[in-house]
Design a binder for this molecule. Sequence first.
Ligand code: IPM
Ligand code: MG
Length: 358
Amino acid sequence: MTKNIAVIRGDGIGPEIVDQALRVLDKIAALYGHTFQYTDVDMGGCAIDKWGDPLPEEMLKKCTESDSVLLGAVGGEKWNDVPGPMRPEKGLLRLRAGMGVYSNNRPAKIWPQLSAASPLKKAIVDKGIDFIIVRELIGGIYFGEHKTRDIDGVATAIDELKYDEKEIERIGRIGFETARKRGGRLCSVEKSNVLDSSRLWKKVMHRLSEEYPDVELSDMLVDNCAMQIVKDPSQFDVIVTENMFGDILSDEASMITGSIGMIPSSSLGATSCGLYEPIHGSAPDIAGKDLANPIGTILSAAMMLRFSFDMPEEADAIERAVSAYLDDGYRTGDIMGEGMTQVGCRQCGDLILERLSK
Ligand code: IPM
Ligand code: MG
């Protein structure tokens, strides 16, 4: 098969981690007889520097015209003082919206080899951590109006949080469908004791649940959920939640699995053209030092093969190679543990490539 992949290296550690993922994709292409063509896309801080815009229109077009997009990370201190609408992160938000990828799937699964890297007590980890956060990605407070103005001489900032029932329903359906394919349990997370948008969220989830009698729906307030994720993560199968809550909870969920550097994500909308990115940021403090963990990006490439290109065997092969690398005791700094061999980003790529076979 021939596939056109738009590649966004982005800022900070983005270029180094994406390069390792592309080497893995190239080997998959050679092993399975595929052709992957890459189109470079500038987005984030580097696009601001080059084009004066975090996501120029023609860059977005390259993405929507591709078969899928692989992204490293964007942002960094250098652009902290640019005005809100021109920030690197705004490029990412515009990309997600422009691609219409409303459903962000973030797995929180502990690799058995990394159980000691989890900050949770062994007794909690041993109960198992294997759940998915389905995060609404193109609505809510990140996409409402943002303004800062003087009201009676007092600087006042306003961020609008808005959801309509159609937006809630389409992500709700993804939540139910995901649960149906897994353990059949869906936890809808909101803040309905305070927010109108959450009350509507809860109502729509319950209406939908009538169509999915095989899925057990529960509700949880987001503050309680943050607590339950560290208290007993084994209780979760699929969590469905709105944009900002999903952003926050997915960082928490990744940490209990050992490292945010390990977690991939997929974002999909109405078509098979998806956006695949690790959930971590651009880590400017370690950028260019060959220290980053490329596995979140490598596993994002595997998700691309599985969910957008219908290549499950190829995706399995990548996941097997990552597992073999961990089995053999190699670790980047973020997951380094006693008795392990510390490696850098490029060497991590080399070692995974060596273990990648059909
Ligand atoms: C993430 C990131 C982004 C988000 C930022 C960089 C805009 O935190 O993917 O989780 O909030 O979605
Ligand atoms: Mg985040």
